[in-house]
Design a protein around this ligand. Sequence first.
Ligand code: 5RP
Length: 228
Amino acid sequence: MEALKRKAAAMALTEVRSGMRLGLGTGSTARHFVDLLGEKVAAGMDVLCVPTSEVTATQARGLNIPLSDLDHLDRLDLTVDGADEIDPALNLIKGAGGALLREKIVAASSDRMIVIADQSKRVAELGRFPLPIEVNRFGLGATRNAVARVLAAYGADKALTLRGEDKGAVYLTDGGHLILDACFGRISQPEALSRELLSIPGVVQHGLFLGMCSKAYVATPNGVEVLE
Ligand code: 5RP
């Protein structure tokens, strides 16, 4: 599996040119990309990067990859990131790693977003993977109930869980928020669901990335498939 992820990452790296401003994703597949980018930087490639998490920032710093942020760079040329699900229209579910808010801000600030993944991430319809919903700590109970009502209206009849609650340590994002994971099975109206979730004041962001990804490199044992 790691070899497949690295192959997808290597394909995405062929799209990177010296002088580019890059968004660096988060997760085990993005980690391979950052690793390989580090080798290019060591060999003289000139890039300036915005990481989507503290974990990725730490990795990139360790590889001497020059970093900046969106206070200093208005637009990025390209973001390369992983995904938890990819549908045939390249709509995504992201956020298993908890970096969805920064990932979405960085992707939205990029001219192009390329996803790298192994074949297990391809789905006919989004929703098999729990949808992460990032929420503010304040008013958690009310927000959780409001989210549950929206989910019920969209067919998520299974549990809505607060990430980490079952392990006795609630998960906190880099922004200090909490994550509710919602099981759907299938999400038949992703755009409407996205709008409804974002209309709840306590919802900071969710992991539906709709119309943001323009290309995906998906690694299979028979080679890397290009979806666009
Ligand atoms: C983190 C993410 C990751 O990109 C996503 O979870 C994929 O991770 P991996 O490459 O480890 O499967 O969205 O918030």
